[in-house]
Each structure stands twice: as C-alpha cells, then as structure tokens.
Design a protein around this ligand. Structure first.
Ligand code: SAM
Length: 251
C-alpha cells in the first residue's frame, strides 16, 4: 500500500475540521476562564485560537497522540503535554477543563472513563467547570457515516479522499475505519477507531460519581434545547466538593 504518514494525517485533521459552532462555544468558555485544560486537545486548535484572541492566562493542552501534539507544539505560547486524560497529574490548578471534538467519546471503557473523570476533577479547583460533548446515541449518527466520504486538499497541496466505514456496533461502542486515498482511489492508509455513545442517564451517573454536578445541558453548541432527537449532548458540569464520601454522589 502507498503511504500517508502519521504526521501527514495529523496535519490533515485541521483541514477536515474547520471551525464551527462547537469551536465558538468552547472558545467563549475558555476566554472567560483564567486557567484552562484542554483534554484530548489534538492539534491544539482551540487553545491556539484562545491565545490569538488575547487570552493571557494559563492554557494547557494534553493529548496521547504524539503526531497530533507535534502540530500543536509548533506554537510555543501554550503548554502542551503528552498523555491520556486518566494519567493527568494536576491538582486544583484549572478553573475550566474542556474536551472538544468528541474527544470524550474516546473514553471507551467504564474503567478509563472513571479514571479520566477522576483525574479531570482533581485537576480542577472546587466549583471549576468541565465542558464537553458526546453524540446522542438516540440520534444513531454512525448509520450516516457508513460509506460516506469527503474530498480535501491537504497541507502540502495533495488531493485526498477520506472515507468512513462502520465495522461493528457492540453495545454503545462503534468501531469504524477512516480510509485516506489518493485521487486515483488508491488507499494510502486505514485508521481504525472506537467511539462510545453513552446514554444520558449513564453519563450523569458517571459524572455524579466523579463529584460533578450538571450545570447546563444543550442539544448543540448554539445552546439549543436537548431533545431525544438532538445530535449532541453538550454538558457544562461543575466540580462539587466531594467531602470524602462517595455515597453522597452515587455509589
Ligand atoms: C477527534 S480528536 C479531537 C481533537 C481536539 N479536541 C479538537 O477538537 O480538535 C480526539 C482526540 O482525543 C484524543 N484522545 C484519545 N484518547 C484519549 C484519552 N484517553 N485521553 C485524552 N485524549 C484522548 C486523540 O488523540 C485525539 O487527538
């Protein structure tokens, strides 16, 4: 198979994901906060935009993908860390944490989700905010992905086609492939990913167990009301004082 490198794929990410209402929603929150942690920051587009928009406080992006982070690291005026959400070791340092671009759905197992929420909670001050979105399982977005494709010109001017195929849906986890091809249809690389589509009740139980209270909830990033048919479950949660007792929040 001809190749398309990890670095090329990381650079292509920004081309395939132009700024939209999600970006504006999170950017508003970031600009209103003093110290911000972007978990699963990818190429760092949100924090780069926040700095460009005049944010003068602490901005820290964390991502486990070294190639995505290499794109982010071209900007030296933001702090970048390699790692997963679960491995975060901050303590009471941020007043806002975000997970944009459905990064939250990469937390596929209960164990990883619980460890990640606990680490994000630890990283926040009391009454700090955690904002993220996850796709509503009732809207079944994956059914539209299968066989879909889009054409793009990458950062080096190369024309590519990116196409998606759903391989399997097991419980609330969808496994799909993203195939990058050249203009003649030759496959250059195939990436496989798992995304979890957590239902709202289960989501809220996990948040509560991690000492988060839901402050606001929307069906999309322009603060539309959440309905059964909403594509997104957008959540702004507040970290509450745990008081050392898990019982108060669930288990
Ligand atoms: C679709 S990208 C979104 C990137 C960025 N937030 C944005 O909106 O441009 C999802 C990101 O989540 C990261 N990710 C995957 N597993 C993760 C984990 N366990 N903890 C933190 N980030 C993770 C991936 O490396 C990837 O960069």
């Amino acid at each position: 198979m001809a190749t398309y490198t990890d670095a090329e794929a990381a650079a292509l990410y920004d081309v395939l994901n132009p700024s939209g209402p999600d970006h504006d929603f999170y950017l508003d929150l970031v600009l209103a906060a003093e110290a911000v942690l972007d978990v699963g920051c990818g190429t760092g587009r949100l924090l780069r935009a926040a700095r460009d928009a005049g944010h003068t406080g602490r901005l820290c992006g964390v991502d486990p993908d070294p190639d995505m982070l290499a794109v982010a690291r071209r900007r030296g005026d933001v702090e970048w860390r390699l790692g997963t959400a679960a491995a975060l070791s901050f303590s009471g340092e941020f007043d806002l944490a975000v997970m944009m671009g459905h990064a939250f759905q990469c937390l596929v197992t209960d164990e990883e989700l619980e460890a990640s929420l606990a680490a994000i909670r630890r990283a926040l001050v009391d009454e700090g905010r955690f904002a993220f979105e996850t796709q509503n399982p009732l809207a079944r977005a994956w059914e539209d992905w299968h066989g879909s494709s889009l054409d793009a010109v990458d950062a080096s001017g190369r024309r590519v086609r990116v196409s998606y195929d759903v391989e399997v849906v097991e419980g609330d986890v969808v496994t799909f492939t993203e195939t990058t091809s050249g203009p003649d249809g030759t496959a250059l690389r195939i990436d496989r990913a798992n995304l979890r589509f957590l239902g709202i009740e289960e989501l809220d139980a996990h948040l509560s167990n991690a000492a988060f209270a839901v402050e606001a909830r929307y069906g999309a990033w322009r603060r539309e009301s959440l309905t059964e048919r909403s594509a997104e479950i957008v959540t702004v949660a507040r970290s509450v004082v745990d008081g050392g007792s898990r019982g108060e929040y669930g288990r």
